[in-house]
Design a protein around this ligand. Structure first.
Ligand code: C2E
Ligand code: MG
Ligand code: MG
Ligand code: MG
Length: 288
């Protein structure tokens, strides 16, 4: 603690620390204007059915085209936004932009998933604001999925719970993001108004390498199904992972094997009218 003032606790800011503090402040300052300067962009990543690779939906993933710094991924700035109130401004922009895109992609009949931070759900008016966006854009509520991490979903914060209940009542779908990284009990999972469970990438990346991981992923899929949830596997990179997931009964997948997150225009060039890569559709016989 640099400001305790106790003489015995002297702290020296070395160059490295000084640079990090300055860099963080500069990032926070630049981020403050990122929305109005139109530096934020959404990339969209397909979520496909494991049976036939049909496009089920896309997930909107935020990028920041920060002048002089290139294209930044969320890990480089979302934590800073979350420490301030900026995350609410940013996510409001994300929700509106993603909803407009979903309306433009109406013909795909796909869902649009958007990530919500815990900080968003701690604001009493968040669900109402999302309701306004649906009204303004004309997007059907059932086409919108809010992705919320396991730990946020099971929080006992009353405001979070009220927002979740309101989103559910509006007909918006909820997905449990990064499942397996939190500590939810079966009891708490049963009470969630979620429709989808997304298995965290850390499990999927080891799938096919050892039997224990396969067993764990299989157990998550069975548990999710028992709770009435649809299951999406995150971060599928290898064909063997897709094959195993399909054999284990997983419903859908998302990952570099199918498509990287990309700008809307790039995805439009890549997507045929209603399916993703029909050429990649493999005959049933090649599956287990
Ligand atoms: P997430 O919601 O779990 O998103 C999935 C992450 O996995 C994305 O990282 C995506 O690019 C990455 N991914 C997808 N397929 C693969 C794959 O096959 N291999 C590997 N290695 N990675 C893959 P990204 O875009 O860097 O986003 C990271 C996290 O930032 C997201 O995790 C989400 O929690 C958060 N985030 C993204 N956009 C937003 C946003 O608009 N608002 C908020 N609050 N958080 C966001
Ligand atoms: Mg997500
Ligand atoms: Mg996730
Ligand atoms: Mg994540």
């Amino acid at each position: 603690e640099a400001k305790t003032g106790a003489r015995s606790q002297f702290v020296i800011f070395d160059d490295d620390m000084q640079q990090r503090v300055a860099g963080r402040l500069a990032t926070e300052h630049a981020l403050r204007n990122a929305v109005s300067n139109e530096e934020l962009v959404l990339h969209y990543q397909p979520i496909v059915a494991l049976t036939d690779r049909r496009l089920l939906g896309t997930e909107a993933l935020l990028r920041w085209e920060r002048p002089g710094h290139g294209l930044l991924i969320p890990d480089a700035f979302i934590p800073i936004a979350e420490e301030t109130r900026l995350i609410q401004t940013i996510d409001a922009w994300v929700i509106e932009t993603a909803c407009r895109q979903a309306v433009a992609w109406d013909h795909l009949e796909a869902t649009m998933a958007v990530n919500l931070s815990a900080r968003d759900l701690q604001q009493p008016d968040t669900a109402d604001k999302i309701s306004d966006v649906l009204r303004d854009t004309g997007l059907a509520a059932r086409r919108l999925i809010m992705e919320i991490t396991e730990s946020t979903l099971v929080s006992d914060d009353a405001t979070v719970a009220a927002n979740l209940a309101r989103l559910h009542a509006l007909g918006i779908q909820l997905a449990i993001d990064d499942f397996g990284t939190g500590y939810s009990s079966f009891a708490s999972l049963r009470q969630l108004p979620a429709q989808t469970l997304k298995i965290d990438r850390s499990f999927i990346s080891r799938l096919g390498d050892d039997d224990a991981t396969t067993a764990i992923v299989g157990a998550i899929i069975n548990m999710g199904h028992a709770l009435g949830l649809g299951i999406v596997a995150e971060g599928v990179e290898r064909a063997v992972q897709a094959q195993l997931l399909h054999a284990l009964g997983c419903d859908a997948a998302q990952g570099h094997l199918f498509a990287h997150p990309q700008p809307a225009a790039a995805l439009e060039r890549y997507l045929p009218a209603t399916t993703i890569r029909p050429a990649a559709r493999r005959p049933r016989a090649s599956r287990r």
